[in-house]
Write a protein that binds this ligand. Sequence first.
Ligand SMILES: Cc1cc2nc3c(=O)[nH]c(=O)nc-3n(C[C@H](O)[C@H](O)[C@H](O)COP(=O)(O)OP(=O)(O)OC[C@H]3O[C@@H](n4cnc5c(N)ncnc54)[C@H](O)[C@@H]3O)c2cc1C
Length: 450
Amino acid sequence: MTQISRITIDTPIRFFDPLPEAVDTVIIGGGVIGTFAALYLAEAGQKVLLCEKGRVAGEQSSRNWGWIRQQDRDVDELPVMMQALGLWHEANDRTGGACGVRTVGVNYLTTSPREMEYFEAWVEIARAHGLHSEMMTQGQIADSFNGHSDGRWLGGVRTPSDASGEPWTAVPAVAGLARESGALIRENCAVRRLERSAGRVSAVLTEAARVACEQVILAGGAWSSLFLRAHGLDIPQLSVRATVAQTAPLPCFTEANMVDEDLALRLRADGGYNLALGDRHGFYLGPDAFRHLRLYMPQIRRTFAHTDTRYKSPAGFPDSWRTPRNWSAEEKSPFERRRVLEPAPDDSYVALMLDRFAERFPEISTPLPLSVWAGMIDAMPDAVPIVDRAPGLEGLIVATGMSGHGFGIGPGYGRVLSRMVLGEAPEHDLSRFRFTRFTDGTPLRVGTSL
Ligand SMILES: Cc1cc2nc3c(=O)[nH]c(=O)nc-3n(C[C@H](O)[C@H](O)[C@H](O)COP(=O)(O)OP(=O)(O)OC[C@H]3O[C@@H](n4cnc5c(N)ncnc54)[C@H](O)[C@@H]3O)c2cc1C
């Protein structure tokens, strides 16, 4: 393992390649999306520079639960995700297991008859796509916990081929592969602005130097909308805060990734479990939240009761009231002021996680949280990302708004992006992920989200 602790602003810089004068493609953002795109482009012989304002995987891509999930995917994302699973296994083999990818399955459990009907419908969708998912009986659920649960669930659904990975090590290991393939990677290197010539991108203006390029991929996670708006492009992206706790090692009572109405868990490679609440998240109100309120109404109706809304976001967050919305290439940008987006975790959530854990698994002694953290999930009104060329600015490709499930699908979109840059025919129908879908008059279709 190349990294055994959480990635924060205190993590030493590992990638600091010199900036060349010119490359073929610049990638903005060293999360799972940008890093896999860098790997595949470098392998295709492109001269690639990946700029990361803080640390590779310092934001969502190391803060997530670590699920690699096909189950309950939006139907338009499912083919990309099925391909991504194979690519994760490949990356894991190539990094000597540093991605921590293990086939453990994903189990959704429920106490609700209505949810059981939803699960049954999913099994049919999966079948139509050649994916094996199956319903779980109460006996199978009890077996999945080696008899250690309180047996509250009516039933469930599982996808045995689903997997988990280790987010603290996976993306940095893939960045190592990308570099071996010739990609240049530089941390502590914010891209402040794009330079345009004759209506197309001609260079990126980083905090250190100008780098000329033919194409740019913006994979900036929760920062993408702020970056685009400074260039006259508007996307309805917001962020929500999610809290995760890591327990001390426990006797292994289940290997599968599991979620029910209000608790989620995943067995970690170190023998502890990641715990999270499936039904709670935090939201900071800012100017973008008001601007995009209408588009988010369907999601707000669904999740309002589970959202803790705060009126003031911490300083320097992408949608904070005082975050500048425009800046020149010569001045320090908001991206350098917050190199790593590290929201404070919600301690009340952690107490609730432990209570819920104790109720469900009374025979397992209540775990001690070893570490607790939070991440800002970048969301879209329809819970699927934008993966498309930006309208009106030739040479710019946007891949953002992964809506809480981008870790698993990351290699799949990395491959999609590399093919886009290379001008190769897409392997999937990407029309659902088009940039203009919020403004071209098509009705909003909200995808599934966990
Ligand atoms: C708590 C939590 C649990 C989750 N659980 C799961 C899960 O189990 N499974 C799953 O599939 N997904 C999960 N997700 C979602 C998943 O982590 C994200 O969808 C995915 O990591 C997004 O990857 P990304 O590369 O788009 O963005 P990020 O990982 O956020 O990376 C974007 C990067 O861009 C950099 N950047 C931004 N602007 C600039 C700039 N101007 N210049 C240079 N760099 C810049 C940022 O510093 C950042 O590092 C979870 C997320 C969270 C927070």
